[in-house]
Design a protein around this ligand. Structure first.
Ligand SMILES: Cc1cc2nc3c(=O)[nH]c(=O)nc-3n(C[C@H](O)[C@H](O)[C@H](O)COP(=O)(O)O)c2cc1C
Length: 186
């Protein structure tokens, strides 16, 4: 059996972080879709976090595949300044159920940073302790909704506000009808 590797790295996005946005950045969603499509073919799994303009990604799988993807990632213009934070041989995958899990910019991560006296997410300066805690959060944290669901609503799905307006208009017409019927009957 080929040896399994977990590679954790940090990088900086070349696009602006949309701060305070409830959704997932469209560029991150695209990365997620590509990862979920490609990784199963290569026996790869992992997790991705994006916060304060920085990526934190954990890749697990056969060592040769992990290293090949990591090399390929250097050519991606959406990020730069890639730095390996940990490279460790593992007995089994921690993210076995996810081709690429996306952990949302959650309160848990902000709390972890605050506990370590940090105002922002800066993985380049993580010590071993913070790296282990962040890895635990990735493993235990929630998976964000599928990118496609968050970025673009499914075609034909009415907006809730629109549905409400429609219901009120129908009610208005029905009431008008009742009033008119009563008036005519008199
Ligand atoms: C932060 C970051 C993480 C990425 N992670 C993966 C990944 O896990 N798997 C993958 O196939 N592509 C990943 N990509 C995208 C690749 O760089 C590349 O664009 C993609 O694999 C090309 O896929 P395609 O040949 O199917 O278009 C990532 C890109 C970025 C910026």
């Amino acid at each position: 059996m080929p040896s399994l590797l977990r590679l954790t790295y940090a990088s900086r996005a070349r696009f602006d972080d949309v701060n305070g946005s409830a959704g997932i950045h469209p560029e991150v969603a695209r990365i997620l879709i590509q990862s979920r499509r490609n990784n199963p073919r290569r026996g790869l799994v992992g997790a991705l976090y994006f916060g304060d303009g920085c990526f934190f990604q954990c890749l697990e799988g056969p060592a040769a595949e992990v290293e090949a993807l990591y090399q390929q990632l250097h050519a991606d213009p959406r990020h730069h300044d890639l730095k390996v934070l940990a490279r460790e041989e593992i007995a089994r995958r921690s993210f076995a159920s996810w081709a690429m899990k996306l952990v949302p910019n959650a309160a848990e991560v902000r709390r972890l940073m605050a506990r370590h006296g940090r105002a922002t997410f800066d993985p380049y300066s993580f010590d071993a302790d913070l790296l282990a805690s962040m890895n635990r959060l990735l493993i235990e944290g929630p998976d964000a909704k599928l990118a496609a669901e968050v970025v673009t609503p499914p075609p034909g799905a009415p907006e809730p506000a629109l549905g409400l307006r429609y219901a009120m208009a129908v009610l208005g017409v029905v009431l008008l009808g009742v009033v008119a019927t009563v008036a005519v009957a008199r």
